[in-house]
Design a protein around this ligand. Sequence first.
Ligand SMILES: Cc1ncc(COP(=O)(O)O)c(C=O)c1O
Length: 491
Amino acid sequence: MTSLAVNGVTCRGKVLTLDSMNPNVRRVEYAVRGPIVQRAVQIEKELREGVKKPFTEVIKANIGDAHAMGQKPITFFRQVLALCSYPDLLEDNKFPEDAKKRARRILDACGGHSIGAYSASQGIECIRQDVARYIEKRDGGIPSNPDNIYLSTGASDAIVTMLKLLVCGEGRDRTGVMISIPQYPLYSAALADLGAVQINYYLDEDKCWGLDVTELRRALNAAKQHCKPRVLCIINPGNPTGQVQSRECIEDVIRFAKEENLFLMADEVYQDNVYAKGCKFHSFKKVLFEMGPEYSSSLEMASFHSTSKCYMGECGFRGGYMEVLNMDPEVKAQLTKLVSVRLCPPVSGQAMLDLVVNPPLPDEPSYASYVKERTAVLAALAEKSHLTEEMFNTVPGITCNPVQGAMYTFPRITLPQKAIAKAQEEGQAPDMLYCMKLLEEEGICLVPGSGFGQKEGTFHFRMTILPPTEKLKVVLQKIRDFHLRFTQEFS
Ligand SMILES: Cc1ncc(COP(=O)(O)O)c(C=O)c1O
């Protein structure tokens, strides 16, 4: 800390400076809301102020935020949430009886019958029971214990909490965490924050972003030289790459994790987002149990789900859960202690999660509208997944794997040598240059592949498939025109 004397008064420098702050926080990067998005916000402001641009609006296809792109919420979910927020509406006959019944049940489980009260830190008990029943039904009857369910502030919170519990040691004993490349940057950001060692394993773009155990083994063995690999993270269906893992692949991963004594983190927030023919979502837990007690009684695992994705897209409610399996009871007590420090996840998010895991039943009045709305959202996403793949693959210099699931496409772009050299001169990643130029010229906001990690010498961008179909067609056409122009300009 520096001290200066001005007019006899001692002025100290700031306690908190870039040099004195937590260096791990400085290392954190989060591309999904990075410089491109900041520029997009600025351009929107310029447009509002009347600055002339070659476009009239910025289309944000950078983040998996469905409602922000116009997706409508499921009516029943919002009815129940409205009733929970303002219980006087329970007297209003505009609301269906099943929504009122759900709202009363949730309110009865809340302190003082109000969603404004704190809940138990692990989450409201009857909601944890509903989550356990949902998992059992999803997994064909494999038991789920509500005591193993932790409700969370979106899946992000639970993922970070779990990593916090796992990361320890110094030097060569520091915990190594295996993450896929390309990855969802929550993982690299959390690992940087915790000072853990990030172990990259690469997905195979030529095999539809498939995961191969040989690659897992290569990455693990290389990492053993400088850290202690203890965790394997899998995202299925994948973000940003949109692949859906086959059952065989999941079995291979489970065998590998057991052999290598790794804690498995299965990020399954896109479990209802599967579009490709022949693809199906298999939960890691179900496969684990079907592999028999040799695996199911010993492999330590946490799996994650959220209200933010699938057909709900209720990101702002920050609802989620994790289920832990085979966790040492003493560690579990520590986990419960850790989550109690943040008091509880948002109770409105817990209520939203309850509706996701316990939607209207076939004999209830809201069932038909729930099914209709849910089916319409998923059908539109499926249509857009095919449209995107087809369109990109017609553009010379863009190749795109099928969007089997999730909400993203991660096409590969061939960039001219001159563009690569220019970006390097400017100290920029070449795909950042590409995306920035696309934003300035067409008003389309994407995230460069470099924000997710990619094989050296390859370039990509991530685009969500969330814009409404007609708008998505415009976006795809604009990207096509831009790509051809860009290639020409730098040839
Ligand atoms: C793979 C994956 N995991 C976790 C999250 C976090 O979601 P949330 O915290 O909103 O539940 C996201 C969000 O995009 C994601 O794509």
